[in-house]
Design a protein around this ligand. Structure first.
Ligand code: SAH
Length: 238
């Protein structure tokens, strides 16, 4: 996937259509609603062709993670959506892209910072990884717990707390996905990566860039990736 193409694609933004009732997940082969099929086509147009990621994106009912008061029938559109408390859920492509970049293997242990709606956590759970997620707004943490359970992702563990501290009791993690933007890479979280563990994080105030880190024993290899826009990662009370 070429960076220039991706950046251009990010700037485009194709709005979603109306949204009908999503099909039930239990069916052996998932019958996609027109909205979900369109979302998958958009992901492919962006250049994302990984079968496992596409299958996870097809399986999770994004609309069920948007708090009811914010559902407008455009939950599968190519744009972020408000979820309350001044927070947003990323556009589907960014969720898929960040997940893809982590090259997760089933059984790996993943920490997400910024549970929000619970949608990203559900995508991770679909990939067969063990998910730990931290959310600083108690009401969002509660919403995410409820939505995750209702959608069959009750194994995802959600902690109400400050993501800057990570979750030392469950460290080390194979991967850490941060879905809110700190001004700098949080060192406490780098220390919770296992050897060969990776992290993806939008870094910066205002202008942000995805940064991908890989821990190699005592060294950390860092690579800048595409420009993005996330809500800030806020500091919790000490
Ligand atoms: N991944 C989410 C979207 C996240 S929006 C989803 O799939 O819906 C970013 C979230 O990060 C918000 O819910 C915000 O409250 C949370 N957040 C901000 N600062 C945080 C911190 N220090 N620790 C944990 N969560 C934080």
């Amino acid at each position: 996937m070429r960076r220039a193409t991706l950046v251009l694609a990010l700037a485009l933004g194709v709005c979603g259509n109306g949204c009908s009732e999503a099909p039930r997940r239990e069916t052996a082969s998932i019958e996609l609603s027109a909205e979900r099929a369109a979302m998958l086509n958009t992901l492919k147009r962006y250049g994302l062709h990984d079968e496992r990621i596409l299958a996870a994106m097809a399986a999770v009912r994004r609309d069920r993670f948007i708090p009811e008061a914010f559902r407008r029938g455009n939950e599968y559109g190519d744009h972020p959506l408000p979820i309350g408390y001044g927070q947003t859920i990323s556009q589907p492509f960014i969720v898929a892209y960040m997940t893809w970049k982590m090259a997760l293997k089933p059984g790996e242990k993943v920490l997400e910072i910024g549970t929000g709606s619970g949608y990203q956590a559900a995508i991770l759970a679909e990939l067969g990884v063990e998910v730990y997620s931290i959310e600083i707004v108690p009401e969002l943490a509660e919403h995410a717990r409820t939505a995750l359970k209702a959608e069959g992702y009750g194994s995802v563990r959600v902690l109400t707390g400050d993501g800057y501290k990570g979750w030392p009791e469950h460290a080390p993690f194979d991967a850490i996905i941060i879905t809110c933007a700190p001004a700098e890479v949080p060192q406490a979280l780098v220390e919770q990566l296992r050897d060969d563990g990776r992290m993806i994080v939008p870094v910066g105030r205002g202008r942000q860039r995805l940064v991908i880190l890989r821990r190699k024993e005592t060294r950390v290899v860092q690579e800048d990736d595409i420009p993005v826009r996330f809500v800030p990662m806020v500091k919790g009370a000490e």
